[in-house]
Design a protein around this ligand. Structure first.
Ligand code: HGY
Ligand code: MN
Ligand code: MN
Ligand code: MN
Length: 407
């Protein structure tokens, strides 16, 4: 395995869309995303693999060893959050490319012809920062989200997914490969592996998550001339709702429920105008679906009381509901064996963050692997993972993919 070439590629891609604080800003279908996409496309073509782009901008590099056989698919996503980290997603794509290059060389030298072919993937819009929901490209590929509807999703400037993908030349027409199984490696984005001193996480399940799309409608007026009794200030009401979303976690045991409002838009957003409209997105997640449902019910009831008290309207819509998904035991046992063979300390772990593997696991047996995040931080420029752990993860992914292709 040429880990130096892998690290060189990783640190090169980290310069694309780099921010001044060691992060990256490569939101889906922006020019920065387009630059990593052309890097991926050139690399795949130079490797002599077939490049395909499907109808929602997912990019595949296909290695066909056994004509007509389905593909083991390995990869992740190159798009990032605004002011995001260099590792989230990109690590998994570049590790998949180098794992595939290694296996391609082994097949070329070896005698055994693999049972399955191999493909690498860069999923479109896993992050959902610009176009919601997240995990969009893999969910369309898995048939969980309708492509036509997703192509009409707009960003805050009113640009649609279709226009943005077409604008960067990645609104493809090909079909993705027929998938036999899927494997993905990703940073943990939490602090369990680091705290316990493990190198590899074997993801056995994902948390129940849902978003609430909240629209607060008050009355626009002059911040100077309007008497306080006459104001219907959407931003004051929205501020109380943001605190409700945070405080509802205290109704449950420590860390059983996590919730935040991460996105807020304000109209008209002028210093001397009382706000007319505020749009919020709340993100609720738990390992127990009943906890999310109970928290949601309490929020809806409390928001209703607040709206009456402030004589304003609040519209709440359920959005992006994801059930708990369990990964197959056979994949966990396979990964366990590979980790042991490599002498890498591993443990089973749940993921609170969403991943493309969670969508893929609905259509093909999937294996999701983690490597440690320093301080457990992610979705921020301070995100960090050591070269040593990245190389261990690359060895791990290569070992798992070698088993899955069945040479
Ligand atoms: O949805 C997620 O949790 C992922 O980070 N995009
Ligand atoms: Mn990710
Ligand atoms: Mn992410
Ligand atoms: Mn005036």
């Amino acid at each position: 395995m040429n880990s130096a070439a892998f690290l060189q590629d990783f640190h090169h891609v980290a310069t694309i869309g780099a921010t001044s604080n060691n992060g990256v800003d490569r939101q889906a279908a922006t020019m920065e995303d387009a630059r990593t996409r052309s890097w991926f496309a050139d690399w795949v073509r130079d490797a002599g693999w077939e490049l395909r782009v499907d109808g929602i901008g997912n990019m595949f590099g296909l290695l066909e060893w056994t004509p007509g056989a389905p593909y083991v698919l390995i990869g992740s996503h190159l798009d990032s959050q605004p002011l995001g980290g260099r590792f989230d997603g990109a690590y998994g794509v570049i590790a998949a490319m180098h794992a595939a290059r290694q296996l391609d060389a082994e097949v070329a030298e070896g005698s055994a012809v693999p049972r399955f072919n191999l493909a690498v993937v860069n999923w479109f819009n896993e992050e959902g920062g610009r176009f919601a929901p997240s995990i969009m490209g893999s969910s369309v590929f898995a048939g969980l989200l309708p492509r036509e509807l997703m192509l009409d999703v707009k960003d805050l400037q009113g640009v649609t997914v279709r226009e943005a993908l077409d604008g960067i030349g990645y609104l493809g027409t090909s079909e993705g490969p027929d998938v036999a199984s899927y494997a993905e490696i990703h940073i943990e984005q939490g602090r369990i592996l680091e705290r316990e001193g493990h190198t590899i996480g074997l993801v056995d399940s994902s948390w129940y998550t849902q978003k609430l799309d909240i629209e607060v409608l008050g009355e626009q007026s002059h911040t100077g001339a309007t008497a306080m009794v006459d104001r219907h200030d959407a931003l004051v009401a929205a501020s109380k709702i943001i605190l409700m979303v945070h405080d509802v976690t205290q109704d449950f045991s420590d860390e059983a429920l996590v919730s935040s409002v991460g996105q807020l838009t304000l109209e008209p957003n002028s210093p001397i105008v009382v706000a007319r409209r505020v749009h919020l997105v709340a993100d609720l997640r738990s390992g127990d679906p009943d906890i999310v449902k109970a928290a949601r019910a309490k929020l809806i009831a409390d928001i209703d009381v607040l709206a009456r008290a402030h004589d304003i309207r609040v519209n709440v819509k359920d959005f992006d509901i994801r059930p708990i998904r369990r990964f197959p035991e056979s994949g966990l046992e396979l990964a366990d064996k590979v980790a042991a063979g490599l002498g890498l300390s591993s443990r089973r772990i749940q993921t609170m963050a969403g991943h493309d593997s969670v969508a893929m696991n609905t259509v093909a047996p999937s294996i999701m692997l983690f490597i440690p995040s320093v301080d457990g931080v992610s979705h921020c420029e301070r995100e960090f993972t050591t070269d040593a752990d990245m190389v261990s993860g690359l060895d791990m992914l290569t070992g798992v993919a070698r088993e899955l292709i069945g040479g």
